[in-house]
Design a protein around this ligand. Structure first.
Ligand code: TTJ
Length: 655
């Protein structure tokens, strides 16, 4: 053997040892993900489970934003695994110098890898946690990837993050066919609460992504059903269509919605806005496709610009006299629906829930770009401009009048906690962190809840079926309503200008209504009330919806409860089979209302923290209720009738 040959063998051995060492590192990295999944995906609850999907879809969105993919498809497979398909360039398959492995393998096996492969452009998406596809891989019993590229089909699979075999060429494909398909099965030993995907939840975000990424075609298909259900989204108008969609059921001041866009220092800024006849404003903001609930510098820049540009226009066109007071931010935002979307190469997320954009340079950039375009728009559309200014002036007049009225009502509102409502069965603890208040529909369910509860930390407030329509009522009328007064007094947070979330006497406010149409209606009414008049309570995550069971399967003194859900019928059949003995068959009870359960059952199934499931209400959920509510209460009769016909065949409530 020559020295060269010996050297070559030696080199090979060293390379192999290096590879083994790097593999150990990879395994340790992904093992860390499996040990502490919450650190990487937030939680292992249903939230975390759904997060996996976005972690994968984000990669395809980036490819679309880079201009190389135009279609993205998401499938929920019959076994609750997920497939994501795009028609981009395909993840690179070439061997990387640094690792000696195909790039695609690194994407799925090395923590924080992904995105950039010298392809230029930055990674726009990357989720709230932005941890990359290897995390999804680590948390899946199986993940497989197929890349279509240059007429070849490449395949690799992994099990719980471990490579199942080398990347293989498994066949030829049409040379024009390019793209990436990823299929993964979440690991049930990690997602112990549930591995069931929620089609509606996925569809909602898919639609939002379609709105936020103009021109993108994205679909979601549920293959678990006998007949697959597919939803396809594509908005040429992007966030302009989003605003119009949000205002669909409301009278608007002008059409179409205003749309502006601009770019500066690699930051793109899009704003769409439209005014409605309502008093409420809805400003949604996003940074890199992530919803920024807590606002941040982009919203701040937009607000400043909106107020200044409208005031300037009003003054220079003599709609507002030189000596008259400027319109305030609140005045110019009354009735405003707006969506702000920025894309930033290096977004900083701050705040309690990491949903506040912190980059300080953004406020100035949004301010400048939006001001220029919006200013021009007003000059070119004097009719619309006049309406906007007049709406602001009206708001300012109402604000001044309301301030006077409030000073009067504040004195006589009498919402002090010293007069706790008579119907409230309070708990003995007064530590708001521990305590819960159940808002229960009807006096009879209220009775069961009172005797079934743990009185140490659970308070019960029964309410009568129908609460006030807060959309149409004046502040004074709202304050006069018995049900609403008890609720606010019990909560101890005050009302209107005096509202203070830190005074909440309970940090869990649980809506417990019947699982029928009326129950759903009352829930919507309550959520609307909370959204409009207790929003900080919703934002703090204090609002929950109880989940009473839909069936009880009973044999002797043994009983199995079935929660409502897509699998309820299967679970019911399973329970029947499991409980049937050679001698006896169980009885099935269907719970139409809370009143059909006795106090003990209600505790066991719905109130006991050890066994219950509760849905936490997000601001979006409440906003959605508010929208449904608007439709139900608004001036247009048609959508209301459609809604009632579709949903409320047995409703006894007249809306
Ligand atoms: C990166 O730059 C070079 C050409 O390919 C680019 C790329 O990686 N594109 C890409 C990745 N398209 N789609 C993906 C992708 C799709 C899914 C479903 C999952 C993952 C992890 C990546």
């Amino acid at each position: 053997m020559t020295t060269e040959e010996l050297q070559a063998i030696q080199d090979k051995k060293e390379k192999a040892a290096e590879y083994d060492a790097s593999q150990i590192q990879v395994l340790e990295g992904l093992e860390a993900v499996r040990m502490r999944p919450g650190m990487y995906i937030g939680s292992t609850s249903s939230e975390g489970l759904h997060h996996l999907v976005w972690e994968i879809v984000d990669n395809s969105i980036d490819e679309a934003l880079a201009g190389f993919a135009s279609h993205i498809e998401v499938f929920i497979e019959p076994d609750n695994s997920i497939t994501v398909v795009d028609d981009g360039r395909g993840i690179p398959v070439d061997i990387q110098e640094k690792t000696g492995r195909p790039a695609v393998e690194t994407v799925f096996t090395v923590l924080h890898a992904g995105g950039k492969f010298g392809g230029g452009g930055y990674k726009v998406s990357g989720g709230l946690h932005g941890v990359g596809s290897s995390v999804v891989n680590a948390l899946s019993t199986q993940l497989d990837v197929t890349v279509f590229k240059q007429g070849q089909k490449y395949y690799q699979e992994y099990h719980r993050g471990v490579v199942g075999g080398d990347l293989a060429m498994i066949g030829e494909t049409d040379p024009d066919h390019h793209g990436t398909t990823v299929h993964f099965t979440p690991d049930p030993t990690i997602f112990t609460e549930t591995t069931e995907f929620d089609f509606q939840k996925l569809a909602k975000r898919v639609r939002e992504l379609a709105f936020l990424n103009r021109g993108l075609r994205i679909s979601i298909t549920d293959k678990r059903l006998e007949e697959a259900e597919s939803l396809h989204y594509h908005y040429e108008g992007g966030i302009q269509s989003y605003v119009e969609y949000l205002n669909e059921e409301k009278p608007v001041l002008f059409e179409p919605a205003i749309f502006t866009e601009g770019e500066m220092d690699e930051i793109t800024v899009e704003v769409a806005m439209q005014y409605t006849g309502s008093y409420h404003s809805m400003v949604l903001s996003f940074a890199n496709n992530i919803s920024t609930h807590e606002g941040g510098t982009h919203e701040q820049g937009f607000r400043t610009a909106l107020t200044r540009v409208i005031n300037n226009y009003a003054k220079s066109n003599k709609l507002l006299k030189e000596n008259e007071e400027n319109l305030t931010g609140d005045d110019v935002r009354e009735g405003l629906t707006a969506v702000i979307s920025v894309k930033h190469p290096n977004p900083q997320f701050e705040g309690q829930t990491k949903t506040k954009l912190g980059n300080s340079e953004v406020s100035g950039i949004v301010n400048k770009l939006f001001s220029e375009e919006f200013g021009t728009f007003l000059l070119e559309n004097p009719q619309v401009a006049k309406r906007i200014v007049e709406k602001g002036i009206l708001a300012s007049k109402a604000r001044i009048a309301a301030k006077r009225a409030r000073e009067v009502t504040r004195k006589k509102s009498g919402l002090e906690i010293s007069n706790l409502p008579g119907k409230l069965a309070d708990c003995s603890s007064n530590d708001p962190k521990q305590t819960e208040i159940f808002i229960v529909e009807g006096d009879s369910a209220g009775g069961s809840a009172k005797s079934g509860r743990n009185r140490e930390f659970q308070a019960i407030l029964p309410i009568r079926g129908k609460i006030l329509n807060v959309e149409k009522a004046s502040m004074e009328k709202i304050l006069a309503n018995e049900e609403i007064r008890s609720l606010f007094t019990a909560m101890g947070t005050g009302f209107g200008a005096d509202f203070d979330v830190t005074k909440a006497r309970y940090q869990k406010l649980v809506i417990m209504t019947d699982a029928d149409v009326d129950g759903a209606h009352i829930r919507t009414l309550l959520l609307t009330l909370f959204y409009r008049y207790m929003r900080p309570v919703v934002e703090a995550g204090y609002v929950y919806i109880a989940q009473p069971p839909i069936y009880g399967v009973k044999l002797g003194d043994k009983i199995t409860y079935i929660q409502p859900g897509v699998n309820q019928e299967t679970e019911l059949q399973e329970a029947i089979v499991n409980m049937t003995t050679s001698k006896r068959k169980p009885i099935v009870q269907r719970y139409k209302g809370l009143g059909e359960m006795d106090d003990h059952q209600l505790w066991e199934t719905t109130m006991d923290p050890e066994h219950r499931t509760m849905a936490q209400v997000s601001v979006e959920d409440a906003a959605e209720a508010d929208q449904i509510f608007d439709m139900l209460m608004g001036d247009r009769v048609e959508p209301r009738r459609d809604f009632i016909e579709a949903n409320a065949q047995y409703s006894t409530i007249d809306i």
